[in-house]
Design a protein around this ligand. Structure first.
Ligand code: DUC
Ligand code: ZN
Ligand code: ZN
Length: 459
């Protein structure tokens, strides 16, 4: 036995028990009462602390070429920040090039990620082109261990409605899961042009060009197409109330429709775009009004939000400044990878939802839906020893200085959290302790995911 975490309160998605966890060779060996250490076992006393599965961030964009630049966290910096926020696996988005085989796209990014990652990683592939026999790449990717694909309804690389539908058809055949970034591209482009012509150039008009209905309309359409095929669909970064209602309705009807939201939509509202530094909050979809935020929290409580993930995609201040006088020039995205688990756990600590619910949303459900449970997302014998020790009594105020990403600012500056992770183990190795990163570049491993047949709203 290499490691024994004693006397902690072990919180999983469905139970809370006071017990010990024994770890050997990076795997959980046993969970139980009064487990005895062996010679050379490192013993950690977690009395008064929570012991949790590491979070799994289902949605990151590390070193992603986007908005005329590249997101500022490479795989090392992004996974370092993840580890320091209690996240032990990240799902990063590979973006296929036009004409590129889907497995080749994954291998291209894996070659960059593998020597850098400090925690384990998996991929989804953003599909741009399925012309000719490129569509067969879906089956090959599933085989390779990447059974989830994203289509964008926006941006210049977004897919047509027909391509989206074709991808949904194919995914059903191979047990793949299609994720969608749902916003109405035509509306976004029309509003953007109109506002700029009218001299309305501030960050507020980023929100105004992508208001609630622009996202909701796309959610409804995407759900309609998935329903027509009874194909599973996962809506990424859901941020609006009407879309939430559409997800709930489809799930009530028994369809395998799933939604992810992000901490930024649960904490901030569109008011941030009126701030002097509003451009730092520019991401797509943008933060919405209070009604939407309330609907997302209700969706979480009802069980109609399946996961919480970050959409981590930071850009430096000088890059955000490109859009000082033209919101359309602000690279879209914010840092959040280090803040997800601490923020969600703090909300649980404040009594808004249970700790079990946070584990379910930020870890277990991610592993289940993307096909890496029980290796990830669960504290059970045989699983990877991805473990977080959390101090519910530690007060923490988020500041840029305390963060571990390459980003030079954080939209979470000043947020006060009740409780904070004090240690993170990645496959039994201590990678973070008391504010300090202790991991090693290149120690993260590729997590091969399996296709999951999703035929109903339950996992
Ligand atoms: N939205 C963002 O804000 N950044 C990256 C990609 C995306 O869809
Ligand atoms: Zn997106
Ligand atoms: Zn994204």
């Amino acid at each position: 036995m290499d490691l024994l975490i004693k006397n902690g309160t072990i919180v999983t998605a469905d139970s809370t028990i006071k017990a010990d966890i024994a770890v050997t060779d990076g795997k959980i060996m046993a969970i139980g009462q009064n487990i005895k250490a062996e010679n050379n076992t490192e013993v950690v006393d977690a009395n008064g602390k929570l012991v949790l599965p590491g979070a799994i961030d289902a949605h990151t964009h590390l070193a992603m070429p986007f908005g005329g630049t590249i997101s500022s966290d490479d795989y090392e910096a992004g996974t370092r920040a993840a580890a320091c926020g209690g996240t032990t696996t990240v799902f990063d988005f590979v973006l296929q090039d036009f004409g590129e085989n889907l497995v080749d796209a994954v291998k291209r990014r894996q070659a960059i990620c593998d020597p850098q990652a400090v925690v384990d990683y998996a991929f989804h592939t953003g599909i741009k082109d399925v012309s000719g026999n490129l569509i067969d790449g879906i089956a090959e990717s599933v085989e390779y261990g990447v059974p989830s694909f994203k289509v964008f309804m926006v941006y210049d690389f977004g897919v047509t409605d027909g391509t989206f539908y074709k991808v949904l058809q194919k995914s059903k055949e191979y047990g793949a899961l299609i994720e969608v970034h749902a916003e109405n591209n035509e509306m976004v482009n029309m509003f953007t042009k109109q506002f700029l012509e009218e001299g309305k150039t501030s960050a507020w008009y980023h929100y105004m060009s992508r208001p609630e209905f622009v996202e909701a309309e796309a959610d409804v359409r995407a759900i309609q197409w998935a329903k027509s095929l009874n194909a599973p669909l996962y809506i990424v970064h859901l941020a609006n109330a009407q879309g939430m209602a559409a997800v709930t309705k489809a799930r009530d009807e028994g369809y395998p429709i799933f939604a992810e939201t992000c901490p930024q939509y649960l904490y901030f509202t569109n008011e941030v775009y009126k701030r002097e530094d509003g451009r730092n909050f520019v991401c797509s979809p943008p933060m919405k009004g209070q009604e939407s935020q309330d609907a997302l929290w209700e969706g979480i409580k009802r069980g109609d939000i399946t996961t919480v993930a970050t959409d981590h995609c930071p850009f430096q201040s000088y890059e955000k400044d490109w859009g000082k006088d033209d919101f359309s020039k602000i690279p879209n995205g914010c840092a959040g990878i280090e803040n997800m688990y601490p923020y969600m756990l703090s909300e649980a600590n404040k009594g808004r939802i249970s700790f079990n619910k946070v584990v379910e949303l930020c870890s277990t459900n991610v592993a289940k839906i993307f096909g890496c449970a029980p290796q990830k997302g669960m504290l059970v014998p045989g699983a990877d020893a991805d473990i977080v020790i959390y101090d519910p009594d530690k007060e923490f105020t988020i500041t840029q200085d305390a963060m571990h990403s390459n980003s030079d600012h954080t939209i979470w500056e000043g947020a006060k959290l009740n409780g904070y992770p004090i240690a993170t183990y990645s496959r039994g190795n201590l990678v973070y302790k008391d504010g300090e990163f202790l991991g090693k570049k290149g120690s993260g491993k590729f997590v091969k995911c399996k296709p999951i047949k999703l035929t109903s709203p339950s996992l």
